[in-house]
Design a protein around this ligand. Structure first.
Ligand code: FES
Length: 125
């Protein structure tokens, strides 16, 4: 699989909102208003080695993607259009699918549930 050229336009994550979870709960509740300025929110915790990228696909569908490369476990860089591994160059889409090798397996995703004013991420590590 070699689809790298379609991701040559990866955007910077400099303006991506960051939500810092304060407790080590199994469920992280991200306020839905974090998506007012972006369809992606970086979720950061003190107890996980990797961030989670929460992606708004539609009003009813949110992806919570663990930013751990499926090739050799390195931290992925998140942008508004895709995920990039600086170690060996793999690229993933915002559904967690590998789009450029050497990674071939998809990324881990967590279950999400939409509540009144939050998106709840179920951390099943
Ligand atoms: S660790 Fe990510 S591509 Fe190798």
């Amino acid at each position: 699989m070699a689809l790298g050229t379609s991701f040559s336009f990866l955007e910077s994550c400099a303006s991506m909102p960051v939500f810092k979870a304060s407790e080590s709960d199994r469920i992280i509740s991200v306020p839905i208003d974090k998506f007012l300025i972006s369809n992606t929110v970086l979720v950061r915790t003190a107890w996980l080695s990797y961030d989670v990228l929460l992606v708004k696909k539609s009003e009813e569908i949110f992806n919570a993607i663990y930013l751990k490369c499926s090739h050799q476990d390195n931290i992925l860089s998140a942008t508004k259009t895709g995920l990039f591994c600086t170690t060996h160059g793999s690229i993933f889409d915002l559904d967690g699918n590998a789009m450029k090798e050497p990674a071939i397996d998809p990324l881990k995703k967590f279950k999400t549930v939409i509540n009144n004013n939050t998106i709840d991420i179920y951390m099943d590590l």
